[in-house]
Design a protein around this ligand. Structure first.
Ligand SMILES: Nc1ncnc2c1ncn2[C@@H]1O[C@H](COP(=O)(O)OP(=O)(O)O)[C@@H](O)[C@H]1O
Ligand SMILES: [Mg+2]
Length: 221
């Protein structure tokens, strides 16, 4: 699913963010990405989503060369990815349900399927009762769960989540982790960047540790 070989990236302003990262993630794996702030976690997720291009080494995601991805290939890949980033890109003035549904229009599904899947995803993240509530009246933690519901509703092959439990209380964080683990049970590949180290240890999954842009530990090795 994901293959990085000596992957590195330097931002246009000259900031080196990743260097010499070699790893392989096979379909259906559940992997945590940890490391201190500034270690390069978000940068790696952006490379995987094709928001950023590698400047060193190589990266393939779902068979697509992320160094020189064709536009059609990238669009196709993004249809198969559910991304939960910190800037949620949710839309104010729209309801929770509309925000989730907006993530599905690109998949060319019938309207009824979109509504059904969106409602089910909101239910799954515990926001079933708030589906008709406008985004800006939801708390930050609830908005975060709307973003997760939007990713879940797409039924993606790959989930990329950047600190999906940040700012959530313990109960809500545990729910998010349960949902991600349940997705893996259904065959989804899941990569989660997180600070919640206690949670990571308890779950006993593969952990990639980044430090100053380098992969310093991979528990699968
Ligand atoms: N858009 C950007 N332009 C320049 N430098 C950036 C940009 N985004 C992140 N960085 C730098 O890249 C490094 C890795 O950042 P990031 O991937 O956000 O780390 P993390 O998510 O682990 O906190 C940091 O030194 C950060 O300052
Ligand atoms: Mg980050």
């Amino acid at each position: 699913m994901i293959w990085a070989d000596n992957l590195g990236v330097t931002y246009p302003d000259g900031t080196p963010a990743l260097h010499g990262v070699t790893l392989r993630i096979t379909p259906g794996e559940f992997v945590f990405l940890v490391g201190p702030s500034g270690a390069g976690k978000t940068t790696l997720l952006k490379l995987l989503l094709g928001i950023l291009r590698p400047t060193e080494g190589s990266l393939t995601v779902g068979g697509l060369d992320m160094k020189h991805p064709a536009g059609a290939g990238l669009r196709n890949l993004r249809r198969r990815v559910g991304a939960v980033f910190q800037d949620f890109r949710l839309i104010k003035g729209r309801t929770a349900l509309e925000n989730v549904a907006l993530g599905l229009w690109v998949l060319d599904l019938p309207g009824a399927v979109i509504r059904e899947r969106s409602a089910a995803a909101l239910e799954a993240v515990g926001l079933g009762a708030k589906s008709q509530v406008r985004l800006e009246t939801l708390s930050w933690g609830e908005q975060q769960r709307v973003a997760l519901a939007r990713a879940l509703a797409r039924q993606p092959a790959l989930i990329l989540a950047d600190e999906p439990t940040g700012n959530l209380d313990q109960g809500a964080a545990a729910l998010v982790m349960e949902l991600l683990l349940a997705l893996q049970q259904k065959g989804t590949t899941v990569l989660v960047a997180t600070h919640a180290l206690a949670l990571v240890r308890d779950l006993g999954r593969r952990v990639l540790t980044l430090q100053e842009g380098r992969l310093v530990q991979d528990t699968a090795r």
